[in-house]
Design a protein around this ligand. Structure first.
Ligand code: KIV
Ligand code: NA
Length: 266
């Protein structure tokens, strides 16, 4: 398989081929993603919740992210590696550049992800892109804003809020982002955004009209403690291996079978 690249993802959108993205936090599971032909591996700061056991992503540090990114990189060959900038590592452009440099240089990431579209985030996106670090934006229910939102709440339900998220998508594209994760928003809003931008959108709890989908690995395998989030699906249910579960997820995303209506918000 040819390596997946940032320009390659834009070509996939243009050709109408859905992008399969999944989180990974260590080399063994990264190898499973690679073997299943997953397009993009995300070392998400969700590791704070599913690996470290915290109630939010906020305690994750840049050192944690670099450690897990480097481990995942050792399990990958052609799958594109994206790593999250953790809480406050993007507080100004200098810190965002330092974080990007470490995630790419030490960690081996080929792209970094930042949440939101505040002025300092847009500035950080431009600065990273200017230094040849591709950027994935992340809009909607951005988990690092959990305290501002008052919980993990669906975003963009009201017309005004929806228009704001659409404007943010246009802004991150203009700043130079190559990809946008759309999390926790009505299906109709994610569809509007996907049609409005030339860069691919990757949905999680954002409906079936995005250019690709992402899930947290532990949700996909049904091992996340507590109740399963509405937008996720246990792909290990009725299957006999992790490899089969990840392959089924990739297949259902590519065929547009997942997410089904019961995984979506209206
Ligand atoms: O941290 C993470 O796993 C993420 C995805 C849910 C998009 O940001
Ligand atoms: Na994240």
């Amino acid at each position: 398989r040819k390596p997946v690249t940032a320009p390659g993802l834009r070509a996939m959108k243009a050709e109408g081929r859905r992008i399969v993205m999944l989180t990974a936090y260590d080399a063994s599971f990264a190898f499973q993603l690679e073997s299943a032909g997953v397009d993009v591996a995300l070392v998400g700061d969700s590791l704070g919740m599913v690996v470290q056991g915290h109630a939010s992503t906020l305690p994750v540090t840049l050192d944690h992210m670099v450690y897990h990114t480097a481990a995942v990189a050792r399990g990958l060959h052609s799958t594109l590696l994206v790593a999250d900038l953790p809480f406050m590592s993007d507080r100004d452009t200098a810190h965002a550049l330092e974080a990007g440099a470490r995630l790419v240089g030490e960690g081996g990431a080929a792209m970094v992800k930042l949440e939101g579209a505040a002025p300092h985030v847009l500035e950080a996106i431009s600065a990273l892109v200017a230094r040849a670090i591709p950027v994935c934006a992340h809009l909607g229910l951005t988990p690092q804003s959990v305290h501002k939102f008052g919980g993990f709440r669906i975003q963009g339900r009201e017309q005004e809020a929806a228009d704001r998220v659409l404007a943010e998508a246009r802004a991150v594209e203009a700043a130079g982002a190559d990809l946008i994760v759309l999390e926790g928003m009505p299906t109709s809003l994610a569809q509007r955004i996907t049609e409005a931008v030339a860069i691919p959108t990757i949905g999680i709890g954002a409906g079936p009209h995005c250019d690709g989908q992402v899930l947290v690995l532990h949700d996909l395998l049904g091992v996340t403690p507590g109740k399963r989030p509405k937008f996720s699906k246990d792909f290990l249910l009725g299957r006999d291996s992790v490899a089969a579960a990840i392959a089924a997820y990739a297949d259902e995303v590519r065929r547009g079978v997942f997410p089904a209506p019961e995984h979506c918000f209206n």
